[in-house]
Design a protein around this ligand. Structure first.
Ligand code: NAI
Ligand code: HPV
Length: 528
């Protein structure tokens, strides 16, 4: 069945075309995102949801999204998506981190000029027939200091353009290296210094717990008198009431805002002030940027839904379309090894260690580890998949260790999984042969090679003559048909292991009878 995607925001028509061309059915309902109840009612029928900023993907919406596998944000900010709730439901959240950054930077520069020369007010006055030539007296931008808060993709584009306008650029970004600042030709400073020195302050950080209210009342008070503030990032970065007051006091000379604490902003404390310029979240709204983000998000979402490739996900490691087929058998192996350990473990797992040897170590092991964790947790949790497994394991305090190294033994690629529980340790290992099928190659200290099949019995016993006959006889009496039988032992007369693939379920009484057999140490019936 072809995957189905819902576009619930105003995306360029390019998106729907790409989805269709790439084998994905698409419903274009550009206003649905503005109606949460309608969206909640519809979302259950879709594998993917493509959005901009108008659709709020809340935990309630996600609760109704039983089939959803991916949310694609045609743009940058994913603060309108409850990412932890999406992750917990195993839904990938991806964005297009570069597609609209130049366009948004240009909007910030445009707003800076609009403020400096009061263009919107001058325009309104002129078109009203007033010709108020003496009312509007601007300031030059050349030679002024621009303070950039957040120097990522957009901040950098703003900074380099401002340098071209002959401004002095100072930036505050704790994650920007000194070398990068020097290469860009900007001066890296602390926030207080930026506030004290800048003639224009422009915001370009995401909205996070650290950046929320970064232009608070206190910080606005630290700015230079006559400062002009530009916000093309997110509304919550500025205390709007405090900014209004600072404008009224004449401390702040002007403010240009593309984003607001509450959107759509039909009312706002800053509306109606003479030195305020507002646009309705237009930062990304150019034909070029909208074409680019729509195209990109549709490509990324289609690649995930049809080929398992993960690009620009904020909650999962990237996997290219070329890597996905090479990764797939190891992802399957990891899930099966995890399931094996999860079903054998008699106590909660405190720590899990994954060792990747040889060829597999060259692949995206994080994605393989995520699958192993998912398999491990499946016997105790219902809705777990590789996207949410790492977060669940972390919540439960499971320590996850990942080691990659060169091949040491007979296998070109080997994956070892060791789980530490309060009852002891369980170690298993597996590989993928050239046929692409995952196989168990070791359980504990015993080398034993078996393919995974839907129903299996694993027995560890003392290596004594006659055991296999008694065991096989018991299965026959219980009408359990043996499909394959794999054996291994650590030493003659030591510990032995049998991994038996059987047809159908293993009744509890049959398992109890196996456990009562002479020499049996442990026996488990497993489903894969
Ligand atoms: N108005 C609009 O239509 C648009 C708004 N945006 C918004 O612009 C913002 C920035 O986007 P990008 O530059 O693409 O993101 P980015 O991730 O490339 O850059 C963000 C920068 O902020 C810095 N940062 C993070 N925490 C910080 C803190 N506490 N203090 C100072 N700096 C901090 C990071 O180190 C990073 O360099 C986002 O909020 C995004 O949603 C993006 C596109 C369009
Ligand atoms: O990309 C972003 O973060 C934006 O804020 C753009 O929002 P929009 O797609 O125009 O609703």
């Amino acid at each position: 069945m072809r995957p189905r995607v819902l576009i619930s925001d105003q995306l360029s028509a390019a998106a729907a075309q790409i989805f269709s061309m790439r084998g994905v059915d698409v419903d274009f309902q550009p206003t649905l995102g503005k109606h949460p109840e309608k969206l909640a009612a519809a979302i259950g029928g879709y594998d993917g949801l493509a959005i901009r900023s108008a659709t709020k993907v809340t935990a309630e919406i996600l609760g109704a999204a039983k089939r959803l596998k991916v949310i694609g944000r045609a743009g940058i900010g994913v603060d309108n998506v409850d990412v932890p709730a999406a992750t917990a439901r195993g839904v990938i959240v991806m964005n297009t981190p570069f597609g609209n950054s130049v366009t948004t930077a240009e909007h910030a520069i445009a707003l800076m000029f609009a403020l400096a020369r009061e263009i919107p007010a001058a325009d309104a006055s002129t078109q009203a027939g007033k010709w108020e030539k003496n009312r509007f007296m601007g300031v030059e931008i050349s030679g002024k200091t621009l303070g950039v808060i957040g120097c990522g993709n957009i901040g950098t584009n703003v900074a380099t353009r401002a340098l071209g306008l002959k401004m002095r650029v100072i930036v505050y970004d704790p994650f920007l290296s000194g070398e990068r600042a020097a290469t860009l030709g900007v001066e890296k400073v602390e926030l207080d210094e930026l506030l004290a020195r800048a003639d224009f302050v422009t915001l370009h950080t995401p909205l996070t717990a650290q950046t929320r209210n970064i232009l608070s009342r206190e910080n606005l008070a630290k700015t230079k008198k006559g400062v002009r503030v530009i916000n093309c990032a997110r509304g919550g970065l500025v205390d709007e009431e405090a900014l209004r007051k600072a404008l009224d006091d004449g401390h702040v000379a002007g403010a240009a805002l593309d984003v607001f604490a509450t959107e759509p902003a039909t009312e706002n404390p800053l509306f109606g002030r003479p030195n305020v310029v507002c646009t309705p979240h237009l930062g990304a709204s150019t034909t070029e940027a909208q074409e680019m983000v729509a195209l990109q998000v549709a490509e990324q979402m289609s690649d995930y839904l049809t080929r398992g490739a993960v690009t620009n996900a904020v909650n999962f490691p990237s996997i290219s379309a070329e890597e996905a087929p090479r990764l797939r058998p190891y992802v399957e192996l990891a899930e099966k090894l995890g399931l094996l350990v999860g079903q054998i473990a008699s106590a909660g797992v405190d720590k899990i260690s994954l060792v990747y040897e040889g060829g597999v170590a060259e692949l995206k092991t994080k994605a393989i580890t995520a699958s192993a964790l998912s398999g491990l947790l499946k016997p105790i949790l219902q809705d777990v998949n590789p996207v949410c497994a790492a977060a669940i394991a972390k919540d439960r305090g499971v320590v996850v260790e990942e080691i990659t190294r060169e091949a040491e033994g007979d296998y070109e690629s080997l994956m070892r999984l060791r789980a530490v529980t309060s009852q002891g340790e369980i170690g298993v290992a597996g590989t993928v042969f050239h046929d692409g099928k995952p196989r168990i190659v070791r359980v504990g200290d015993i080398a034993v090679e078996a393919e995974f099949t839907p129903s299996m019995i694993v027995v560890s016993n003392e290596d004594r003559p006659g055991f296999i006959g008694r065991f096989a006889g018991l299965l026959g009496d219980a009408k359990i048909n043996i499909a394959t039988f794999a054996l291994g032992r650590d030493s003659p007369g030591g510990s032995a292991m049998a991994i038996v693939a059987v047809d159908g379920d293993v009744p509890e009484e049959a398992l109890a009878a196996i456990r009562r057999l002479n020499g049996v140490k442990r026996a488990a019936a497993l489903r894969f």
